[in-house]
Design a protein. Structure first.
Length: 394
């Protein structure tokens, strides 16, 4: 207890300097947590998309850019003609045409990152595309047929706009009835409006029978790679992507993002180390007389070493706690700004945006960095010559 009291007293002997050092460490931690957590969440959401259309070869226009399950740009595919050509390819068990639209214009807001989607799916293929995705609370149902003006919506959209089962919503000039809310943690499905394919074509393409995705399921005994090659040889205006190919397209981008995030964290940790080291060297220099006195009364050198390291670890603890709190808030703010989703939507799921394990990792890393910054000053403190210091100080 005396040891801790002694360290606290010495640490805050220069209150302003120590406070500024703690705030500097806290600022670095805040930036690491805010940017790091937001980046990790972005990467996780992108990777989640690989779950959609699992087990299918994804056929899109030849000039389309595909990010996991989302086609960006590119031309449209004539539904009936393209389906007929693909169905005649050996190894195709069945095909599912899909119209995927991003983003939905809701509220007239410009979204820097598209987070709202609309997907038209044939009514009899709901479960083939969505899998065992239930409806929230077991209430409602999926649209009954292709001609009805009914939709199911993602939970996040429903919460943001206070949509409930049975309520009507306007998309374009069409009044649509919500028949269910998807109960899914997948970010894409939680921000999606799913409707019958013909209804989506009517709303977005004036009844034109065009789609931008056709899923092809391999027959038993055929691999996705074999089927994709066969489709591209048979239909010259499309490209067929396997699950691995869809992942390969985005993998270099995600790798660059992860590298950038790691680089930023490393730079900030180094700056924190330099800051702590500089402040501790100044503190040790000012307390040479105290350390010499401890040595003179028989305190072991290890005691002085422990004092300095404990003081720097306290800086890491205080700075880390403050930084994690404000960094978590910053991560929520970044998520809200770049998605145009109110921050209140993210607060209940704060531990999904900033996982507790990530908080712990950054907290421990910050303390370790601060301790590392105190090693050189601690060694210098143990090398103080008692006679010279006492002669100069007294």
């Amino acid at each position: 207890m005396r040891f801790v009291t002694f360290c606290f007293r010495n640490l805050f002997r220069r209150k302003i300097r120590t406070t500024l050092c703690i705030l500097g460490v806290a600022l670095g931690t805040t930036f690491i947590v805010a940017v790091g957590a937001a980046t990790m969440r972005y990467i996780a959401v992108i990777k989640e998309m690989s779950v959609l259309f699992s087990g299918y070869v994804m056929v899109v226009s030849k000039d389309a850019i595909v990010i996991q399950a989302i086609p960006i740009g590119g031309g449209m595919l004539p539904q009936n003609h393209t389906e007929e050509l693909i169905q005649n390819v050996t190894g195709v068990e069945k095909t599912i045409p899909i119209l995927f639209i991003t983003p939905i214009d809701i509220g007239g807001m410009l979204q820097p990152v598209p987070v709202n989607f609309s997907m038209g799916v044939p009514v009899d293929e709901w479960h083939s595309v969505l899998g065992p995705t239930p409806l929230r609370g077991g209430l409602g149902r999926f649209p009954a047929n292709e001609s009805c003006k009914e939709v199911v919506v993602g939970a996040s959209l429903a919460d943001q706009y206070y949509w409930t089962v049975g309520q009507d919503v306007m998309i374009g000039n069409h009044r649509l009835n919500i028949t269910g809310v998807l109960d899914s943690k997948l970010a894409l499905l939680s921000r999606c409006i799913i409707m019958p394919l013909k209804l989506a074509q009517e709303i977005y393409y004036s009844k034109s029978e065009s789609v931008n995705i056709i899923l092809a399921k391999p027959a038993q005994g055929y691999s996705q790679e074999e089927l994709a090659d066969s489709i591209e040889n048979k239909v010259d205006y499309v490209k067929a992507l396997t699950e691995d190919e869809r992942n390969d397209i985005i993998r270099p981008i995600l790798l660059q993002v992860e590298t950038w995030n790691l680089g930023i964290q490393t730079i900030i940790f180094i700056l924190s180390l330099i800051l702590v080291m500089t402040v501790t060297i100044m503190s040790v220099s000012e307390r040479r007389r105290d350390f010499a006195t401890l040595d003179a009364i028989g305190a072991p050198l290890s005691y002085v070493f422990k004092v300095v390291l404990f003081e720097t670890s306290l800086i890491g603890v205080f700075g880390g706690i403050i930084g994690i709190i404000f960094g978590s808030i910053g991560a929520l703010l970044l998520a809200a700004v770049y998605t145009n989703i109110p921050i209140t939507q993210f607060i209940p799921g704060i531990f999904e945006v900033v996982p507790p394990l990530y908080m712990l990792q950054i907290f421990v890393a910050e303390i370790a960095v601060c301790c590392l910054g105190g090693i050189i000053p601690a060694i210098n403190a143990t090398r103080i010559r008692v006679a010279e210091v006492l002669r100069a100080e007294y």
